[in-house]
Ligand binder design. Structure first.
Ligand SMILES: [Zn+2]
Length: 498
């Protein structure tokens, strides 16, 4: 058995981990790379493997950095099954279509504005629809056979609706041994509103763990609600608007939930609230279909006939482009929640272009912003920032609330790893270089991992299971991955032998 790390290796986007098991190739996630336009387009176009050689995909959750390259895989000839939970399939049915629509629009824009007549979308809505026909959705805790010798079970990850931690039971013909390995996907935080908390895997031989916040601790949501409410009130008092770039799935619904709680407690005045993202509106409807993912409090609210995503004074879901544009002329204070979460696409870019130069306004950052995204530039107070090719002075107030993160922080990640048994091998993925390397050192200090080999693989590195249950790094490294990510060559910890 071998594992090859093709994406979200020393990075947070483009999740793709390729398992070679008993002559079959199984892909864990197939996400889009996001970030600098040129580099990410190139990385998304060049798969470091042949799509036709992949036998099946197992998808941890619907976020585009985990699912968004599936239509490229299908366009390049993949015809196998895509396994996911039911809620992930339903979310993908809107998210992949939406992503295709963005790709089509992007290609049009490049043709016109960049005078690039050959610009083609990465994939089209037709490719996305073909992809959706390959989904095979299953229940949490329902073990499925993916290929000879490989079975997987989904468990709640508590990250977004439908998100799963994967528990793999494998019989490896080559070394004649049984291997249990766990893949965290994106690991959620405990005590977040809406979703059930993440579950714990035990008795693992191998762990692949995300490490997005491997070097940071989050504040608790209840601890920041005062500050959140205060910023909303302050902005209203100076006559400004509040813009919240939010992932359409999960973050938007969480923010609505929190606003509803604050409104019902009289902590914020009643003002118009707009959810200006057709995707977020569609996702909110899908949430209502999947009570199996909800925590007890939410199930009880629905049982009482309350809808926590809708029962908010002044809330409107804008659907048409005209309604969205009309918000530019909307007088007086309002809260505008819009996608995409990292401000790389969608209506939020128009709102930011029109509003970030007004010092009355506030931008509330409630999600992770990857390197080189517009969202990250706002977090770093870069000014001016380019939006649609034009510079805009950043004068609006930017406030960051990491408490809303859907990812476990360092303690949450260590709790999971510390209770997963005594694996011989741990792979850290889905983290930027520095976070991941810090996290790797923290992992090595865990009692149950004292004998484990802890790696943070570079893109294209491959590891092979040995007879003694150890994993050996192959001298071969995928040349396409290596060529796509030349900046990641330096590994300070490896060099200094820390
Ligand atoms: Zn995610």
């Amino acid at each position: 058995m071998k594992i090859e790390f093709s994406g979200a290796a020393r990075g947070v986007t483009g999740s793709k981990h390729l398992l070679h098991i008993n002559g079959k190739k199984i892909l864990l996630d197939c996400g889009l790379f996001q970030g600098r336009r040129k580099e990410s387009i190139e990385a998304n176009m060049k798969f470091p493997f042949e799509a036709t050689e992949i036998d099946a995909v197992v998808l941890s959750h619907a976020h585009i950095d985990h699912s968004g390259a599936l239509p490229i895989l299908v366009k390049n000839g993949f015809t196998g099954p895509i396994y996911s939970t039911h809620a992930t399939r339903d979310l993908c049915s809107i998210m992949l279509r939406d992503s295709a629509y963005i790709q089509e629009r992007d290609a049009e824009w490049m043709k016109k504005k960049l005078k690039a007549p050959d610009a083609e979308p990465l994939y089209t809505i037709a490719d996305a629809e073909k992809t959706l026909s390959l989904f095979r959705s299953v229940d949490y805790k329902q073990q499925i056979k993916v290929c000879h010798g490989a079975r997987v079970t989904f468990h709640d990850a508590g990250h977004i609706l439908g998100s799963a931690i994967e528990e793999w039971d494998i019989w490896d013909d080559e070394t004649s041994q049984k291997v249990t390995f766990g893949f965290t996907g994106d690991l959620g935080r405990k005590n977040l509103p809406i979703l059930k908390d993440r579950e714990q895997l035990e008795n693992l031989d191998v762990l692949i763990t995300e490490s997005t916040y491997g070097d940071r601790l989050h504040e608790e949501i209840k601890d920041v609600e005062d500050r959140f409410a205060a910023k909303i009130v302050e902005t209203i008092e100076r006559g400004g608007k509040i813009f919240i770039p939010a992932f359409a799935v999960e973050r938007t619904q969480e923010i609505l939930y929190v606003i509803r709680e604050m409104q019902h407690a009289g902590r914020i005045p009643q003002i118009p609230i707009f959810v200006d993202s057709p995707l977020a509106t569609g996702a909110t409807e899908i949430f209502e279909l999947h009570p199996e993912c909800f925590d007890e409090k939410l199930v009880k609210m629905f049982d009482r006939g309350e809808n926590p995503f809708d029962d908010i004074n002044g809330l409107q879901f804008t659907r048409s482009v005209e309604d969205s544009k009309a918000l530019n002329q909307f007088p007086g204070p309002a809260i505008i929640i819009s996608a995409s979460g990292m401000c790389e696409a969608g209506r939020i870019r128009h709102h930011l272009a029109n509003n970030i130069s007004d010092e009355q306004n506030t931008i509330l950052i409630v999600g992770f912003m990857a390197e080189n995204t517009l969202g990250r530039k706002l977090v770093e107070h870069e000014s001016p920032v380019n939006i649609f090719g034009e510079p805009h002075e950043l004068k609006a107030e930017v406030i960051i609330f990491n408490a809303f993160s859907g990812h476990a922080d360092q303690n949450g990640l260590l709790d999971f790893a510390g209770a997963c048994g005594t694996p011989t091998q741990v792979f850290c993925v889905h983290g930027e270089n520095t976070q991941m390397l810090t996290f790797r050192e923290r992992l090595k200090k865990l009692k149950n991992l004292s004998q484990a080999n802890v790696e943070a693989p570079l893109p294209g590195e491959m590891f092979e299971l040995q007879q003694d249950k150890s994993w050996k790094k192959s001298s071969w490294r995928n040349p396409i991955s290596q060529q796509l990510f030349p900046d990641l060559e330096v590994d300070p910890l490896r060099e200094t032998g820390v």
